[in-house]
Design a protein around this ligand. Structure first.
Ligand code: NAD
Length: 348
């Protein structure tokens, strides 16, 4: 196994691993550990080149630093990527080699699930390193993060309705796209709180099933963003807030769990100029990482403690909305400044 370092400005450590025997070609990026060890998922994709994989791992690890700084997880930002087609390359030898690669950083990087990596893969990684989180609850780990992500979004949406002058969630009209692991649970929580929930999903069968079970209204996914509502909650995929969709929006706020909702940073300003309140995605959807971070506390995972910390997403959003108003900047910019100030405080 050959591990080599790649020098990248602004990153604490970026390493590449080649293991001929198992076919492992992977990268780990540790962006910043000022606030604690760098936690971030492991993903596996058939990147066309190492440069493409490097671009992804750098972008994602940096994002994790900001996400954890705002969520106050006591962690830094990192990420790992395995280059290759998961259908062809996955093997026990590959994940054992990946475990040795993670172990080589001595706990500076802690891994978790991400795209195309499941708990069964991480169980193999764990045989070579203890720096693995998010395994099953039976093994003392924090388990599936999705319900916790949904809980955090729900708490954040309470802050959104208050700030948008809508009072409480009771009677608030929410349009939610993507009724999956997080969106499905979030929709149920909103309904239980008295919100009027309308859903859409590319998987129409799933949307109808959820509607029958929980009494949600359903609209076709095509053109859904133009439906009048109080909160538009993108919970499916990224880049849905862009030059094409923004002029069509008829909502007072955008708040959902999907990652990277804005196609470009400037779209946060565009929403603001139209009087639409935006809850920055990585602040609202931090429940999963907060849940995982509790595993790393000295006493180990405790659900009560995890929920207490997840519920602080409400306070974080309130704080961001205040910064945004006082400083006359977008909520996205406010989140960035809050993260930077927490990093500066800890580093000085
Ligand atoms: P999921 O795969 O369980 O659900 C996604 C849902 O969106 C599915 O029902 C799917 O049919 C639908 N969908 C996909 N593409 C669509 C499209 N183009 N139009 C309409 N519907 C579409 O995923 P999830 O775990 O619920 O995650 C949803 C989003 O939240 C993702 O952006 C994910 O990155 C983000 N997120 C998830 C977590 C977590 O804990 N799972 C944490 C943070 C962020």
């Amino acid at each position: 196994m050959q591990i080599t370092e790649i020098q990248v400005d602004g990153y604490e450590k970026v390493v590449r691993c080649h293991d001929e025997e198992s076919g492992l070609h992977a990268l780990i990026a540790v962006h910043n550990t000022t606030l604690g060890p760098a936690l971030g998922g492991m993903r596996m994709l058939p990147y066309v080149s190492e440069d493409e994989a490097l671009f992804d791992v750098l972008r994602l690890s940096r994002g994790m630093t900001f996400k954890s700084a705002v969520a106050e997880t006591g962690l830094g930002g990192g990420k790992s990527v395995i280059i290759g087609d998961p259908k062809e390359l996955k093997s026990e030898a590959l994940f054992l080699a990946m475990g040795r690669f993670v172990e080589s950083l001595g706990g500076k990087y802690i891994t978790a699930e991400d795209m195309n990596i499941g708990i069964e893969d991480l169980e193999v990684v764990k045989r070579e390193t203890r720096w693995v989180t998010g395994l099953s609850r039976d093994s003392g780990s924090s388990g599936n993060p999705s319900p916790y992500t949904a809980r955090g979004c729900f708490q954040g949406m309470r802050a959104v309705v208050e700030h948008a002058g809508l009072g409480t969630l009771k009677g608030t009209r929410v349009l939610l796209q993507g009724i999956g692991a997080v969106g499905g649970r979030l929709a149920v929580l909103l309904k239980e709180a008295g919100a009027h929930v309308t859903i859409c999903d590319i998987n129409e069968e799933r949307a109808s099933e959820m509607s029958r079970e929980h009494g949600f209204d359903v609209v076709p996914d095509e053109g859904h963003a133009a439906l009048e509502c109080d909160i538009y909650a993108p919970c499916a995929r990224g880049a849905g807030i862009n030059d094409d969709t923004i002029p069509a929006l008829r909502c007072k706020a955008v708040a959902g769990c999907a990652n990277n909702q804005l196609l470009e940073p400037r779209h946060a300003d565009e929403l603001r100029s139209r009087g639409i309140l935006y809850a920055p995605d990585y602040v609202l959807n931090a429940g999963g990482i907060i849940n995982v971070s509790v595993e790393l506390l000295p006493g180990g995972y405790e659900e009560v403690e995890a929920l207490r910390r997840i519920d602080r997403i409400y306070d974080n959003l309130k704080l961001l909305f205040e910064i945004s108003e006082n400083e006359n900047i977008s909520t996205r910019e406010a989140a960035q400044r809050l993260a930077e100030s927490r990093l500066e405080e800890a580093g000085s």
